[in-house]
Design a protein around this ligand. Structure first.
Ligand SMILES: Cc1cc2nc3c(=O)[nH]c(=O)nc-3n(C[C@H](O)[C@H](O)[C@H](O)COP(=O)(O)O)c2cc1C
Length: 307
């Protein structure tokens, strides 16, 4: 049996990415109902709202779901304790030292995957005792490593060093992308940009339409000489940040105006290169069903090759 499914209890090894303000119960429960694993974000820092979103999940789905804990941004252990008390079974950790809460989470019987953008990060997480890794290639949307390594190379380099379960993230939107990362050694996939553009995603139509209109060169890596490095859609704002070479964090503060009011110049619109592969707004169920059908077809086709 697929190792990620064993860990999540979901029907398919497909994870919805944690995304500040976006990865909440409306989207996450749709993913769970469609057979994937929905993840509730806590990176927005809106701890009380996120706790309520976690509680809301049990009203919306009886399928398993997970929570993301961005370690650097947690002010204290209240969110960790809340996950333990709420009976959360699957946690992804990111942005920070994977040893920080690993024993509390593992002692509570929670499966922990840590997000890494590099081989070094993977080895540290493995040594910290995580159950699996979310391996994030440079193709993906959101906060990125300044060292730009593509997903397939990253998975293969980690596979040369470890057999730990891997969720592949970055640039995947369909069954052929899923088959490609499985061929490289992944056990599952995580998608952000594809789910942002789904019907159930809470973001404004302007953001979804901009994803549909964009090509594979429609994103920029910004703030490369500082922190955080991000990948976001091209816009007047992001073009000017790229020209300056540095991002003022104030540029980021109006992200909710972009997400929910549709002002595409209010902040950088976090998105991956996969925007160029997304041409239609689909329901989460349609996205997941089509991925599984195509994944099975591609695997059958590939099985015919004998050189
Ligand atoms: C709009 C958006 C917001 C994101 N916000 C977060 C976040 O808050 N925390 C996080 O760990 N990753 C975040 N990410 C990165 C995703 O977790 C994931 O690694 C990435 O989306 C995968 O690549 P893809 O966008 O090509 O699917 C975000 C991505 C997007 C597109």
């Amino acid at each position: 049996m697929n190792r990620l499914i064993q860990h999540t209890g979901s029907r398919y090894p497909i994870i919805q990415a944690p995304m500040g303000w976006i990865a909440r119960s409306q989207l996450a429960s749709a993913v769970c109902e469609a057979g994937g694993m929905g993840i509730i974000e806590t990176s927005s820092g809106e701890i009380d709202n996120c706790k309520n979103e976690i509680l809301a999940m049990s009203d919306l789905t009886n399928k398993p779901f997970g929570v993301n804990l961005p370690l650097l941004f947690l002010k204290d252990d209240s969110m960790v304790n809340f996950c333990v008390d709420a009976g959360v079974k699957f946690v992804t950790t990111s942005a920070g030292d994977p040893t920080k809460y690993i024993s509390v989470l593992k002692d509570a019987g929670i499966t922990v995957y840590h997000a890494v953008p590099s081989l070094d990060g993977a080895i540290k997480a493995i040594n910290a005792g995580v159950d699996g890794l979310v391996v994030e290639g440079t193709e993906g949307g959101g906060f990125k490593s300044p060292v730009e390594v593509g997903l397939l190379v990253l998975i293969q380099s980690i596979r040369q060093n470890s057999d730990i379960p891997i969720i592949a993230a970055g640039g995947i939107v369909d069954g052929s992308g899923m088959a490609a990362v499985f061929a490289a050694g992944a056990d599952g996939i995580q998608m952000g940009t594809r789910f942002v553009s789904s019907k159930e995603s809470p973001v404004h139509t302007n953001f979804k339409n901009k994803i549909l209109e964009s090509n594979i060169d429609g994103t920029l890596m910004l703030n490369k000489s500082s922190k955080p490095v991000i990948r976001a859609l091209k816009s007047n704002l992001t073009n000017s940040i790229e020209k300056k070479g540095i991002m003022d964090m104030a540029d980021f503060m109006k992200i909710q105006e972009l997400y929910f009011e549709g002002n595409m110049e209010a902040a950088p619109a976090l998105s991956g290169q996969s925007v160029g592969l997304i041409h239609e707004i689909k329901t989460v169920k349609q996205i997941i069903d089509e991925i599984i059908i195509e994944f099975n077809q591609v695997c059958n086709e590939m099985g015919k090759y004998k050189f």
